[in-house]
Every structure is written in C-alpha cells, then in structure tokens.
Ligand binder design. Structure first.
Ligand code: ADP
Ligand code: MG
Length: 352
C-alpha cells in the first residue's frame, strides 16, 4: 500500500506561518489594510500579504513571474531551459538565459560548499523515487547504485561569459527543486520593490520572504512548525525584517510504504531519503535562494556539520530540530527567538 502526502502537509506549514504572522499583525493594532492572495504554483501553495497602493497589480505580476520561473526550471513537465540542458546531457553545450545560468551557478556553489550534501545533479535519483509524482516507489539497491554514479555536481560545466552550460555524461539530470522556489522568492521581493511596496510577506510553501517591517513598525513574526504535529502547532517564533526564512523538513512531502516514511530530500551519498537526525532545518538569510539551498543542504548534513557550515557564513542563521525533539539555534537568531515547544516535548538547547 502506498500513501502519498504532499499538498496537505504543505498547507499546514503555510497555516502555521500565516497564523503567527497574522496574530502579530493584529497584535500590532495596525489599521493599514493588507491585500492578501492565495495561489498555487511550483507544486505548492503561495500566499502573499502586501501593504501599499499597487498591491493587487504587484501580486498578479508575482504569480505570473513564479509560473514563468517554474516553466523554465522544472523537470516535471516538458519545455523549459533546464529540460533543454538535461536532454543534451553528454551531447552538447546549451545556450541558456542569464537567469538560468545564475541559478545553476548558485546551485553548483552550494553543492560544493556543502561537500555534495546538496547536489544539483540529484535528478536521476529524484526521478527514480518519484516521491512527488504519480508513482512513488522504493528503487532496488542495484538501481540506486547505478543512478548514484550519475550524481556529481562537478559534471555541470557553466560558462557565464558565453552564456552556456552542459552536463558531462548521458543520463545526468540537473534538478533545481531544492533552490528554484528560493530564487522565486527573491524575484517576488524585486517585483514588490519595483511597485514601491515597502511592507510585504510571501510564503511559497515554506519559503518565506518578508519585506521591510509590518506597517505599524513591528517585526514580522514567523512560526517554525512542529514537524510532528498534524495541526500546525509551532515550536518557536522568530522575529525578523527584510529576511528570507526557508524551512526544509521530512514532513512536507513524502509517501509511506509498509509503514515506512520516505521523504523527498535525498542523501547523494546513499541514494536514500536523508536520515541525518535532523527533521526540520530553517535558514534565515538576506537572499531566499541561499536560504533554500542551505536548508536542503543542512538537512542532509545533520546537526554538527550543518551548524559548522552555517556558523562559517556571514549573515546566515539557522534553527534546527532533531529527531529526539531538541531545538538548536545559531547566536544571532537566539536573540529573536521565542521558544514554545515544551508542551509538546521539545527542548530548547541554548548552550551546547
Ligand atoms: P521543498 O521543495 O519542499 O521546499 P527543499 O527545498 O528541501 O524542499 O527541496 C527538496 C527538493 O530538492 C526535492 O524535491 C528534489 O527536487 C531536490 N533535492 C532532493 N534532494 C536533494 C539534494 N540532496 N540536493 C539538492 N536537491 C535535492
Ligand atoms: Mg531547499
């Protein structure tokens, strides 16, 4: 028996963050009306809350832009630049837009920075498991072994000056699933700014970006969901302005077979869903594209290596939750974090 759980969990994540941000807005007592929209794109729910004159037009432009990015970067439907690159694997160098080159370069950078825990060439494994698709399955060991040989981010060759890229070997597949929503978050903020908007909030299925502060001058409150709650409770709230907050977890997208849960973040060393001891990783940074790649990377790396990586990066912070219900945060985020998970058995480890 196979059970698939995707959208429902994504919606819960959304509700959690909105509820907290919403409560914060009301608590602030602001009279400024927010324009709020809910859409579906990039396989997830998208909520925008915008304050300011051109809100409606900006929101519409954002959704068009996100759908355009999805079309160019997805491997789940035909057409698009990334499919073009993948179809030419082992055969030819492909001309790509500046935008796709930028996202590929970022993806390759974080692949290298994480020692291959994030690997942009994870595609053959993602396709074999098909966790987000119609026929999720557990591939056999021999199949995984042969597919693992195709996974190596160093085989993506990018030539920025020429505007071209290539994959070295036939069968290799670049997959931007772990970073493209982050890029879309950054583009969203650019569109808000272009429309003169100074206060807004977007949530692309767990990829949150907050522009400015709330209209009453207070900080945005972002709830980090209890990864084991089915009712959208959160374990802590962080207060931010002008930041991206991106969470990866094993509870958002997975399928179950024979009582086992198989989630959608694959460890490029084993070919299996990552089992690092972390069940939720949240990254806070200026750029949403960076936060997205790093949340996926640290989810695979685990607590020690993940913290070491995040602490080595300027302006990047993290909140990690382990499978034994411990919550860890980096120094800067500790100052703006309110822990509330004790009722559900979580422990906040302030001193390591
Ligand atoms: P979500 O897309 O649910 O927000 P993530 O940002 O963590 O979650 O991205 C997960 C997606 O990234 C997977 O669906 C897959 O397309 C891709 N992916 C899975 N494992 C890896 C990995 N080790 N490195 C890079 N991308 C990955
Ligand atoms: Mg990610």
């Amino acid at each position: 028996m196979t059970k698939k759980v995707t959208l429902r969990s994504g919606l819960l994540l959304l509700v959690c963050i909105i509820a907290v941000a919403g409560a914060g807005c009301r608590a602030g007592g602001s009279n400024t009306n927010a324009y709020e929209t809910h859409d579906f794109a990039m396989g997830t729910s998208i909520t925008q809350r915008i304050y300011g004159g051109n809100a409606q037009q900006a929101a519409r432009e954002v959704i068009d832009e996100i759908k355009r990015i999805e079309d160019e970067m997805t491997i789940n439907k035909p057409g698009g630049e990334i499919n073009k690159l993948n179809n030419s694997a082992g055969k030819a160098e492909i001309e790509l837009s500046e935008e796709t080159i930028y996202v590929l370069e970022k993806a390759k950078h974080f692949s290298s920075l994480s020692g291959g825990a994030f690997d942009v060439t994870i595609g053959p494994l993602v396709k074999a498991w098909d966790i987000l698709g119609d026929n999720p399955r557990v591939p056999g060991d021999e199949e995984l072994e042969s597919l693992l040989r195709l996974v190596d981010y160093r085989d993506i060759d990018i030539n920025r000056e020429a505007g071209t890229a290539s994959l070295k070997r036939p069968g290799q597949i670049a997959d931007l699933g772990g970073i493209a929503k982050g890029y879309a978050g950054d583009r969203t903020v650019e569109i808000y700014k272009k429309h003169g908007i100074k206060s807004a909030f977007v949530n692309l299925g767990g990829n949150v970006v907050a522009l400015g502060r709330k209209p009453d001058g207070s900080l945005w409150k972002i709830g980090i969901q209890d990864p084991r709650s089915s009712t959208g409770d959160y374990v802590c709230v962080i207060e931010i302005e002008d930041k991206a907050v991106v969470t990866s977890g094993d509870y958002q997208r997975f399928f179950e077979k024979d009582g086992k849960r198989y989630h959608h973040i694959i460890d490029p060393k084993t070919g299996y869903p990552a089992n690092s001891g972390l069940i939720s990783t949240t990254i806070v940074s200026d750029l949403s594209i960076d936060a997205d790649a790093l949340s996926t990377a640290t989810f695979v790396m685990g607590l020690e290596k993940g913290l070491e990586l995040i602490e080595s990066l300027e302006g990047v912070d993290a909140v990690f939750i382990t499978d034994d219900k411990k919550v860890y945060a980096t120094e800067n985020i500790k100052k703006v974090l309110t822990f509330s998970g004790e009722n559900r058995g979580y422990e906040y480890v302030e001193e390591r």
